[in-house]
Design a protein around this ligand. Structure first.
Ligand SMILES: *Cc1c(COP(=O)(O)O)cnc(C)c1O
Length: 370
């Protein structure tokens, strides 16, 4: 657990913190790059005495992420994966606790809560978080935790997180937001009063589709201590090498995010005019787009096979553009259309992305797969 270090009087911009965060103290001959600390234990006599509790490479990553999501009172904790961080956040629930979640959200989190609901370990209510009346009715039945994704995966539905958080807090519930799709450059949920932010660092933060990592971030010292206990005793700790790679990838987050968002805005506008596309979901920010095709599931499968620049693959947030028919996953609910393609727009040349996608959509429409 590492609180963000002291700031200079004039706070540095996010880009500067991304580039400069977590580096060793300046001294003649010191390394400019953080240490990759491969050790399972430490010589006795200091606070940190075993590597399941802490690691200098984690600290370098954590201080950098904490400074992006919050301020000097913010704590970030690295986990072995996004699901590791999500599991720690869900461990804040009392046994039999009541959870309100959006209609659609990441299918891994959703599957955990469904399983707990069926087992009587938690009670899950799904509501449209943009519908104040529905949210208030669900809160009135009692609630311990509201889970937020805005935009949601994969339907890209949004809600007013500050308003949801005010209502949830008034009802005595904690609020956790999965901020993976926004990154701290797109949104800073702690500023809206959200209690805990979780990330699949695997996606935009690490950014190169070569590492799995997660993080949980909070301004509340008590919640930070509980999340640290969940990590230390749960044992789902990140590897130092993965953490080092994630921080290395994060150095360019601002550049990648700016380009990916610009590419996505261009593509979303063109796709809205495309004859073979029935509906474009793009919340106006970010680099994720969901398309409903004019064709059926087979047309979506054909697009996956016809693209040559886009990678047909799950996951998102890497430099490389990816797309997939989301319903190919058994966990994805039936309310996600069969012909929905989720696009993660990367940082390639936008005209190459457009030409490849346009060609695949036309060919899929002309000759759908059998
Ligand atoms: C991928 C993803 C996760 C899970 O993260 P892992 O790093 O794969 O464990 C959680 N939430 C969202 C929104 C994701 O896209």
């Amino acid at each position: 657990m590492v609180a963000h270090a002291d700031r200079p009087a004039r706070p540095l911009a996010a880009a500067t913190r991304l580039v400069g965060g977590g580096r060793p103290a300046r001294a003649p001959g010191a390394s400019v790059s953080p240490e990759l600390a491969l050790t399972s234990t430490y010589v006795a006599g200091a606070d940190l005495n075993y590597a399941r509790v802490g690691n200098p490479t984690w600290s370098a990553f954590e201080t950098t992420l904490a400074s992006l999501e919050g301020d000097a009172s913010t704590t970030a904790l690295a986990f072995a994966s996004g699901m590791g961080a999500i599991s720690a956040a869900l461990s804040l629930l009392p046994h039999g606790g009541r959870v309100i979640a959006p209609r659609h959200f990441y299918n891994g989190t959703s599957a955990v809560l469904d399983t707990w609901h069926e087992a009587g370990r938690a009670h899950l209510t799904r509501v449209d978080l943009a519908d104040d009346g529905a949210l208030d009715a669900a809160l009135a039945a009692g609630c311990d935790l509201v889970w937020v994704e805005s935009p949601s995966n994969p339907m890209l539905e949004t809600c007013d997180v500050a308003a949801v958080t005010r209502r949830a807090h008034a009802a005595g519930a904690l609020v956790v937001e999965d901020n993976t799709f926004n990154t701290p450059l797109g949104r800073r949920p702690l500023d809206d009063g959200v209690d805990v932010v979780v990330h699949s660092v695997t996606k935009y933060l690490a950014g190169h589709s070569d590492v799995l990592l997660g993080a949980a971030v909070t301004n509340d010292a008590d919640l930070a201590a509980r999340l640290l206990t969940a990590r230390t005793l749960g044992g789902a700790i990140p590897g130092p090498q993965e953490t080092w790679l994630a921080l290395r990838g994060m150095r360019t987050l601002h550049l990648r995010w700016e380009r990916a968002c610009a590419n996505a805005a261009t593509l979303a506008a063109r796709l809205r005019e495309h004859d073979d596309v029935a509906r474009v979901r793009h919340p106006g920010t970010g680099a994720m787009i969901a398309l409903e095709l004019r064709g059926d599931a087979d047309a979506a499968r054909a697009v996956e096979q016809l693209v040559e620049v886009w990678l047909p693959a799950t996951s998102l947030g890497g430099v490389e553009s990816m797309l997939e028919r989301r319903r190919r996953h058994a966990l994805e609910p039936a309310s996600v259309p069969e012909n929905l393609l989720r696009l993660s727009v990367g940082v390639e040349d936008v005209e190459d992305l457009w030409a490849d996608l346009d060609d695949a959509l036309r060919r899929a429409h002309a000759a759908p797969a059998d």
